[in-house]
Design a binder for this molecule. Structure first.
Ligand code: 7RM
Length: 653
């Protein structure tokens, strides 16, 4: 059953997943896209295709004159046009008579709720826009946002967009040092934060962390503080202001600023594996077109009837594109939730789905694997029949996790869209269209209409079947426009490895039917006796064993084979893990070459705060090195525990 790798592939591949899921007939019959016509239109003239999306999906104050100017790596989309993003997300829906439609069903972790209509949101954003102006913020100024998952986060972002200021959101779980670096790099004028927010049943303080940062951020002139946690905070006279005090006297009248298509909309910092965080730049019209288009077609959105829920935090690009800008531009109703999935119980998400009648649910593979660990009884306690479509983003989804999601959350009736994209791409690039694409568990399937993608080998030759490097062959509207303050790093990081192409840093394989299978970050690819083996495939083989919920593998240097595979696994819902049986299982699933040399059972894995496994740290542990930079780690205690287990294991043999 094991396919032999051909040897000269840039990345070898052993996977043999071949289950297929055509769109359910009923779903396809009602879907926005149920055939290949959109793809055919886009293929015949990609620029004309994107121009049509921009004209149809966006309201323009002044129509654009040109579609694209491209001087690698610099793209300009929809030049000559004028528009305002907040106007597209709010005013146009209210003008169309949809002011009473719920924009956000917000739920706090303690169970408090707010129902915010499009007119409510427009009023709140307009007032806060006036507040920003009254504190001296204007076009082009940078504003830092450091908030929990409360509606004010969306309000603050949209208010910046309304007056032409540039927001830079820093995830509320980041430390004061991360905040310092990001504020100073952007030279932000204002910080918007909260006293604190709720997480795991407790208030986590934000203003005190912000205060620590503020001693080292000379550009900040004013701090606006939202009251959420009720925790005590120090307010500095003249600098710090309560949000509710400022809002009390603010006028609801604030005409949206006419912005140029290529005006900067926001910066979002990504840490990457090395070096200082990069301020990824996104501009106005192309970004808005891209997220509106993808949110509408990938999620088969019916704004008049769907209840959409994306579980990301607004501090990540997923929160920017698929909580704030895409959904609001499309005028849909969504759920926004403040807290963790296991408060007060492990079924909190399913309780929310049931109570709000969520129809579209978008989450990360790491969350799905956690749900697998908690067991299928949790969703089984709730009526999830409102769901009609599921999505995933953030990492490759293991076929077993896909099947669990399909069965236990989707009731075997909901299509799943596995959406591949990056902070840098702005919006979804590779994904099924749920009414027309036959899916395979674990494959992101095909590039969306309008997107140019090719897999290439080390010499930049196109790969038709097999493993290689994922590249994007032409500019797209939502693409990053640069790295703030560092054009050379922009060219070098994304546009230099393969001439004429954008290199995403991901390995990918094309199967015989042309489906894309992501193989993980190329920096993580392992080299065992000359075979280039993807971490994703070995992890998926491990997760396909009934005793395993989650797995991370790394290549650690080995005197005989170059690298040897080390695996870290988390048991599924109380199961016993038999390490020898598991090694044999991997050999049987994908081949002896991929059999881990050692497997460690662990209660937890080191992850970034957005849930991605940090394999670099596991490599450090496996090779007995001191740990490098751990500042982006969500829970630092995890690695200490792994080190303890590793040293115990090595003293055992
Ligand atoms: C949206 C987001 C980007 C990296 C990307 C990949 C990985 C994201 C998928 C995926 C396989 C997916 N932005 N990634 N989605 N890998 N299948 N559906 O996550 O900038 O934080 O990360 O995430 O490695 O390059 S991000």
């Amino acid at each position: 059953m094991t396919e032999q790798p051909t040897g000269h592939d840039a990345i070898d591949s052993f996977s043999n997943e071949n289950r297929t899921f055509p769109p359910p007939a009923e779903f396809a019959a009602a879907a926005r896209v149920s055939d290949g016509s959109l793809a055919a239109e886009a293929d015949s003239d990609p620029e004309a295709f994107w121009a049509r999306q921009a004209r149809e999906l966006i309201d323009w104050q002044v129509p654009f004159e040109s579609v694209l100017s491209w001087d690698l790596p610099n793209a300009r989309w929809f030049d000559g046009g004028r528009l305002n993003v907040a106007e597209n997300c709010l005013d146009r829906h209210v003008r169309a008579g949809l002011g009473d439609r719920v924009a956000i069903h917000w739920e706090g972790e303690p169970g408090d709720t707010r129902t915010i209509s499009y007119s409510d949101l427009l009023d709140e954003v307009s007032r806060f826009s006036n507040v920003l102006r009254s504190l001296g913020v204007g076009r082009g100024d940078r504003v830092n946002i450091y908030l929990p998952m409360i509606p004010e986060a969306a309000v603050a972002m949209l208010a910046c967009a309304r007056i032409g200021a540039v927001h830079s959101v820093v995830f509320g779980g980041f430390s004061s040092q991360s905040l310092i670096d990001r504020i100073n790099d952007a030279e932000a004028k204002m910080l918007i934060t909260a006293d604190g927010g709720y997480r795991r049943g407790e208030v986590f303080p934000l203003k005190p962390a912000a205060d620590e940062a503020l001693g080292a951020t000379p550009s900040i002139e004013n701090v606006v503080v939202v009251r959420r946690g009720g925790n005590p905070v120090d307010m500095v006279e003249g600098r710090d202001h309560w949000y509710h005090d400022l809002m009390e006297g603010a006028s609801v009248d604030c005409p949206p600023e006419p912005m140029e298509s290529e005006d900067l909309l926001f910066l979002l910092y990504t840490s990457g594996t090395t070096g200082k965080p990069k301020g990824i730049m996104h501009t106005t019209a192309g970004y808005l077109t891209h997220v509106t288009y993808t949110h509408r077609y990938v999620f088969d959105l019916r704004p008049e009837s769907d209840v959409y829920w994306c579980t990301a935090d607004v501090g990540w690009i997923t929160g920017h594109s698929y909580i704030v800008y895409g959904p609001l531009s499309n005028g849909c109703t969504q759920v926004m939730y403040e807290g963790v999935p296991n408060h007060p119980g492990n079924d909190r998400f399913w309780d929310i789905v049931e109570r709000y009648g969520v129809t579209i649910f978008y989450t990360a593979p790491t969350a799905i694997r956690t749900f697998m660990k908690w067991g299928a009884e949790e969703p089984a306690r709730h009526d999830l029949s409102s769901l009609r479509l599921l999505g995933t983003v953030g990492e490759p989804i293991n076929p077993e996790a896909w099947m669990w999601y399909h069965e236990h959350i989707g009731g075997e009736r909901c299509p799943i869209v596995d959406t591949w994209w990056q902070t840098e791409t702005g919006g979804i690039m590779i994904s099924p269209l749920p009414g027309s694409t036959t899916t395979k568990p674990g494959s992101a399937t095909f590039p969306l209409p309008g997107v140019g993608m090719e897999v290439v080998d080390d010499e930049a030759n196109r790969v038709e079947h097999g493993g290689g490097y994922l590249t994007l062959t032409r500019p797209w509207p939502g693409m990053l426009r640069g790295i703030w303050g560092d054009p050379e790093r922009f060219r070098e990081t994304y546009w230099s490895r393969f001439p004429g192409r954008y290199f995403a840093g991901d390995g990918a394989r094309l199967d015989d039917d042309g489906y894309v299978w992501f193989l993980g970050r190329v920096d993580d690819v392992m080299n065992v006796s000359g075979h280039r083996i993807s971490t994703t495939e070995v992890e998926s083989a491990l997760v396909s064993h009934p005793s395993v919920a989650e797995a991370a593998v790394v290549g650690a240097s080995d005197a005989t084979t170059g690298q040897a595979i080390f695996a870290y696994v988390i048991a599924r819902g109380g199961a016993e893990v038999d390490v020898d049986a598991l090694r044999a299982h991997v050999a049987n699933e994908i081949g002896a070459i991929a059999k881990p040399k050692a497997i460690f059972v662990t209660p937890d894995l080191p992850k970034t705060r957005s849930g991605k496994i940090m394999r670099r740290l596991l490599r450090d542990v496996a090779e007995g090195r001191n740990l490098g930079d751990t500042t982006t780690l969500a829970d630092a205690s995890v690695v200490g525990e792994l080190q303890r287990r590793a040293s115990e294991a090595s003293s055992e043999d």
